[in-house]
Design a protein around this ligand. Structure first.
Ligand SMILES: CC(=O)N[C@H]1[C@@H](OP(=O)(O)OP(=O)(O)OC[C@H]2O[C@@H](n3ccc(=O)[nH]c3=O)[C@H](O)[C@@H]2O)O[C@H](CO)[C@@H](O)[C@@H]1O
Length: 367
């Protein structure tokens, strides 16, 4: 079975496609996977490490208002559409799976024009413009929050699958998890605090975290891993010359599923995959939703957990070294950790990848 995966820009649009790919590899089907991304997104570095043909097309973020930038975006998208058509004609896939980000639009439109079946996956409570525009040109939309179905009125079929990363982090190899303990030098009695601000990092939050880092010296019983995002790493590293021995600064983590089972407290943005991972594993968290995303959708994602005591919310507008440190000290109390872990787990969707897979197979067989 030939499958073209497409999705890009940030990890949240790439990892769900790869979770499905890994799951499909384990099924009794002979799989020929391909990936279409862009040259600008994280997919270039993530997918090129895998055994899968990777090609790029042009794509850019669509604008709701008319402007010069909007015209340039349309031209790029049109070029991307013809490039995607050429790739799909060459590969002749049985199905195309799009997991969001700008690149999904030209590829799904190209699949539609060539009558190739497709499925689009949406991870957020409030969908982005790209996926909404794709809804009328795809065979099915897979969603992660039941109430986001209302944004896909034009879709032929909408199914609640959840985020396949939830399944992937639960199926991780035990040896790889043990290996992560050594790799990240986690001592037997240490509690682990992991800090990452989405897949690309955040300059504004990194600055506040950097101010807080010296305080962790007071808590040698905590192991602190601060992931800056590749593009911010050098700057952060230079601004913190003396690190306490229980703190590490890391540019990016490529094998997050092996590390996450060790984490007691996660400090992060509120992207779809991050929330799926913390709820699948039952990890306590302090969520700082990015205020720079369309329609403030991260806060809407976060609220689902926060309202049920499954995560703590710290808005970026209220973020300072003091407020962050107070939240960490409050959250690291044994009782608080335990209560939040239990509440987070009740949101898990462990069968998400299986549901997504069944939907893709259904759509493929139906043609
Ligand atoms: C700024 C922006 O546009 N953010 C969006 C983007 O975020 P982003 O890609 O940051 O969001 P997600 O939380 O969905 O996914 C991040 C993924 O990257 C992984 N990870 C992160 C850091 C690292 O070092 N290694 C690693 O593997 C996480 O474990 C997770 O699987 O896509 C999400 C899914 O549509 C949206 O919800 C976010 O609002």
């Amino acid at each position: 079975m030939k499958v073209v995966f497409t999705g890009g820009g940030t990890g949240g649009h790439i990892y769900p496609a790869l979770s499905l790919w890994r799951y499909m590899q384990d099924q009794a089907i002979s799989l020929e996977p391909y990936y279409i991304g862009t040259t600008q997104g994280l997919e270039q570095s993530i997918v090129s490490k895998l055994d899968m043909p990777f090609e790029t097309v042009e794509a850019a973020g669509l604008k709701r208002q008319v402007s010069l930038a909007a015209v340039s975006t349309l031209l790029k998208t049109a070029r991307g559409y013809f490039q995607a058509k050429r790739l799909l004609k060459r590969w002749r896939p049985d199905v195309v799976v799009g997991t969001g980000g700008f690149v999904t639009l030209p590829v799904i439109f190209a699949a539609h024009s060539l009558r190739i079946p497709s499925v689009v996956w949406e991870g957020n409570a409030r969908p982005g413009l790209t996926n909404q525009l794709c809804a009328g040109r795809t065979d099915a939309v897979a969603i992660s929050f039941a109430d986001s179905a209302r944004f896909f009125a034009k879709a032929k079929r909408v199914e609640l699958t959840g985020n396949p990363r939830a399944s992937e982090v639960l199926q991780v190899d035990a040896g790889a998890v043990r290996g992560a303990r050594d790799e990240y030098r986690i001592l037997r009695d240490q509690k682990v605090i992991l800090i990452f601000l989405g897949s690309r990092g955040s300059e504004s939050v990194n600055r506040v975290v950097t101010e807080v880092l010296p305080k962790f010296a007071e808590h040698p019983e905590w192991r602190v891993l601060f992931v800056t995002g590749d593009r911010h790493y050098e700057h952060v590293k230079q601004s913190v010359p003396d690190l306490s021995h229980n703190v590490s600064i890391i540019p990016f983590i490529y094998d997050m599923p092996s590390l996450l089972p060790h984490v007691d407290l996660l400090i992060s943005r509120a992207g779809s995959s991050t929330l799926a991972e913390i709820s699948a594993l039952g990890i306590a968290s302090i969520l700082i939703p990015s205020p720079y995303v369309t329609a403030n959708h991260q806060e809407e994602n976060a609220k689902r957990l926060v309202d049920k005591g499954a995560a703590a919310l710290l808005r970026e507008a209220d973020l300072s070294a003091d407020s962050l440190w107070a939240a960490i000290e409050r959250q690291m109390q044994q009782d608080a950790l335990r209560a939040m872990k239990g509440a987070a787990k009740s949101f898990g969707t462990p069968d998400a990848v299986e549901r997504f897979y069944q939907l893709v197979m259904d759509v493929t067989r139906a043609r």
